[in-house]
Design a protein around this ligand. Sequence first.
Ligand SMILES: [Zn+2]
Length: 278
Amino acid sequence: MKLLITSDVHGDWEKYAAINDIVAREDIGAVLNGGDLLAHGGTNRLKDQRKELLILEYMLKDCGCPVYLQCGNDDLLGVLPDIMGMIGRLPHVQRLDGHWNNLDGLYVSGYSFVPDSPFPTKDWCKLDGSPGWQRPPQPNPPKHSDPDGMVPIAGDGQAWLENRSTIAHDMERLMPPDGTDWNQCLMLFHAPPYNTDFDLTMFDMHVGSPAIGAFVARRKPLLSVFGHIHETVEMTGQWRGDINGALCAAIGQKGPLQYLMVDTTDVAGSLQRCSHSL
Ligand SMILES: [Zn+2]
């Protein structure tokens, strides 16, 4: 089965249309979307993202194959109930994070949280929890969203984040489905691993998660895919590599739709990065 894997489409309807176009022309068995489904939004982000979700639902309805998706750090938690409502209405759409989906014998799951960033919205941020990791400076007052709106977080948000599990803790608890091995699993992380070819920003800073890197090195999934840092592939010139021998790839969403294609029967041999515009 051929999989189309992408991320960070950010409500770009031409890119969603490009995905549907590829599905219509090629024999795609499933689309995987690693998060940042919706555009950031303006002054009323919840209202804007809910409006965009109507268009996303329309695009997904037309997709023509199963779709597995998750939120990224730009998709407000306050909109998650609406996203779940959409998933409930579209039987061919399933959630990626927190679920194992069997695609032709390959088990596919995802993880949405990112290590805390300088940006004020903390919905999908966690402390990394790895030795040596430092929280970046916080130039703006932190906030999070609930279904009624944006909610200010007291202080610099450290205490609020400490009430959540760390990414390192989550990685300890992440297990393949019963009776399977990590080498039968594909993981789609919104955040990249720290200090790799996949987490370099335009400011020449590595901003990925040490905990996710340690997880990949230890567990060695058959394939780990990363999004979030749109410019990293342009910065490093690398979209594919390995961590401790475990195959990794970045989406690097920039310009026309960037996506990976992989065949479940030969993941390492078939993996390629492609771009497409209508
Ligand atoms: Zn993004």
